[in-house]
Design a binder for this molecule. Structure first.
Ligand code: FES
Length: 103
């Protein structure tokens, strides 16, 4: 597994998300209410909308377009019209830096 540094934890708000582009793909990285970090595919599975622009509450992200929602820890689609789960990737914090494994 290859870990890639995606930024600093302090640059992501608690219960917030950032967009991270790498290798021609786009991802969303989330900081949970307990400072844990998670990474999912960046685009909603309903239509290709960036989830990092959505509303993060607790461990859910709400898509900014049609209010579909996902559990960003597991990628599970929680609310229609989103019905296909998101792909998830390992994420961790080391010395204040957020690292993700996208392989
Ligand atoms: S584009 Fe995300 S719910 Fe429709």
């Amino acid at each position: 597994m290859t870990w890639i540094t995606a930024g600093k934890l302090e640059d992501i708000e608690q219960e917030g998300a950032i967009r991270f582009d790498h290798g021609g793909r786009t991802y969303a990285i989330y900081r949970g209410p307990d400072d844990s970090v998670y990474c999912t595919a960046g685009l909603c599975t309903h239509e290709a909308i960036h989830l990092a622009d959505g509303l993060v509450i607790d461990f859910e992200v709400e898509c900014p377009k049609h209010s579909g929602a996902f559990d960003y820890r597991t990628g599970e689609a929680l609310r229609l019209p989103a019905c296909e789960n998101l792909k998830t990737y390992p994420a961790e914090v080391v010395d204040g830096e957020v690292r993700v494994a996208l392989g």
